[in-house]
Design a protein around this ligand. Structure first.
Ligand code: SAJ
Length: 422
């Protein structure tokens, strides 16, 4: 394998770009991290991450102290460019590619003969080709790979989707296998070399469109499996059965592996990416669409459960525990827990106490609601008539059992209902 990559410019210093930049830098590559947000640039140059991720601060401090990672607001010439910008969805659930377009426009002036351009952002099928075409339009002096049989290209373009799990990113970046999808076979080979300094997992070369769909399929698979679990939770509720026990026992079968039901599916990936498949093939992606709908409806089911139990009280106080999109993180993007709180708080007479030990204050989605109060976990429980456990944060396991037993508990997470917790 080739080790010709000495300098890398990473565009987008977010959840993926920053750990990737720091990891490359820790292996001796000269890395320039680019971000449009000056506060992010300043934080990185001071050796600080702007979000919480285990081990990232240490890696980042080492990289900046060694002078191998530097952040700035505009791309600089490099052997390789990694684009790791967001791809949210628009109101019609199609992908918003404007951040990728902006990144392409930003790097176009500084790509040079021999550069490798890698799109890491999760993208609908065809986006890498679109990127190559956009670059080609800006740089008529260079030859870009616009078809799979292109030869003699000056700039190699590939899609290498990230697949690391928030909370375990630093380790998974090294250990996970990677899919490297080139616009041409040579592009895949060149892109593979960019990851060689740190990758301990295997890498698999393919074409860019296949890599794009593989990434979407991975998250859609998880979404469908969680939707199955969430659907089971509704069925079990109707039948008066403990869904966690049902799943635990079903999973004792050697070929069954059902995931866990919860408050719904949040975050910026699994709740978003399956829609890109639905948008590409609306008539055929029926199961994938339904899974999204099942998971999206779960927060409202939980809110309705709370409301139903609240009817028995004169002026009930509801405590909502956990606001982030998954356990033990401080990220509240697309969080189903926030949706539940908003659903409950839209009734101005309903008092809602919210608590999340991973957050220091109310997230911005919940600001300005007069009937909402951000309090400490135990205080929330003690002041509440109804306790809704929305995220399985480890800290919630320490809530004294007797405090919960005195209240109506709606546990979306199984924290108090899993057989081992009984
Ligand atoms: N969830 C459940 N039940 C489960 C597992 C998860 O309800 O059994 C919920 C979580 O609470 C959360 C949501 O699903 O709200 C998503 O959480 P997650 O931990 O499953 O996934 P993410 O979004 O943090 O990361 C996913 C990962 N994809 C897969 O596991 C296939 C990660 O590897 C990807 O890199 C990431 O998406 C991404 O960036 O695409």
């Amino acid at each position: 394998m080739e080790h010709s990559i000495k300098t890398v410019c990473v565009v987008g210093m977010g959840y993926i770009g920053l750990p990737t930049a720091a990891t490359l830098a820790s292996r001796g590559v000269d890395v320039v991290g680019v971000d449009v947000n000056p506060r992010v640039v300043d934080a990185i140059n001071a050796g600080q991450s702007h979000f919480a991720e285990p081990d990232l601060d240490m890696l980042l401090r080492a990289a900046t102290t060694l002078g191998k990672l530097r952040a700035t607001s505009t791309p600089e010439p490099a052997d390789a460019f990694i684009i790791a910008v967001p791809t949210p969805f628009l109101a019609d659930k199609s992908a918003d590619l404007s951040y990728i377009d902006a990144a392409a426009d930003a790097i176009a002036p500084v790509v040079r003969q021999g550069s490798v351009v890698i799109l890491e952002s999760t993208s609908p099928v065809g986006t890498t080709e679109r990127l190559a075409r956009r670059l080609a339009a800006k740089r008529p002096d260079l030859k870009f790979p616009l078809t799979s049989d292109a030869v003699g290209v000056d700039v190699h373009v590939a899609h290498c989707p990230e697949r690391v799990l928030p909370g375990r990113m630093v380790r998974e970046l090294l250990e996970n296998d990677r899919i490297v999808g080139g616009m041409t076979e040579l592009c895949a080979l060149k892109a593979e070399a960019v990851y060689a300094p740190f990758l301990r997992g295997k890498s698999f070369r393919t074409d860019a469109a296949t890599a794009e769909l593989v990434k979407l399929v991975e998250n859609a698979f998880r979404d469908v499996n969680i939707a199955f679990a969430n659907e089971l939770s509704l069925i079990c509720e109707q039948l008066g059965l403990n869904v966690w026990r049902v799943i635990e026992l079903a999973n004792r079968h050697p070929r069954v592996n059902i995931l866990q039901p919860g408050a719904g599916v949040g975050g910026h990936c699994i709740a978003v990416d399956p829609w890109f498949i639905v948008a590409a093939s609306p008539d055929r992606a029926r199961l994938i669409r339904t899974a999204r709908e099942v998971n999206d409806s779960k927060p409202h089911f939980i809110a309705a459960q709370v409301r139903e139990r609240a009817e028995r009280f004169k002026s009930p106080v509801v405590a909502c525990l956990g606001l982030s999109f998954k356990p033990d993180v401080d990220d509240t993007r697309e969080s189903p827990a926030i949706e539940i709180v908003l659903d409950l708080a839209k009734d101005p007479t309903q008092r809602v106490l919210v608590a999340d030990p991973n957050l220091e204050a109310l997230p911005k989605q919940l600001l300005g609601l007069p009937n909402l109060e951000f309090v400490d976990t135990l205080e929330a429980v003690r002041r509440a008539d109804i306790v809704a456990i929305l995220m399985a944060h480890t800290a919630f396991k320490r809530i004294p059992r007797e405090e919960l037993m005195r209240r109506v508990v709606i546990d979306a997470t199984g924290l108090t209902q899993k057989p081992e917790a009984a």
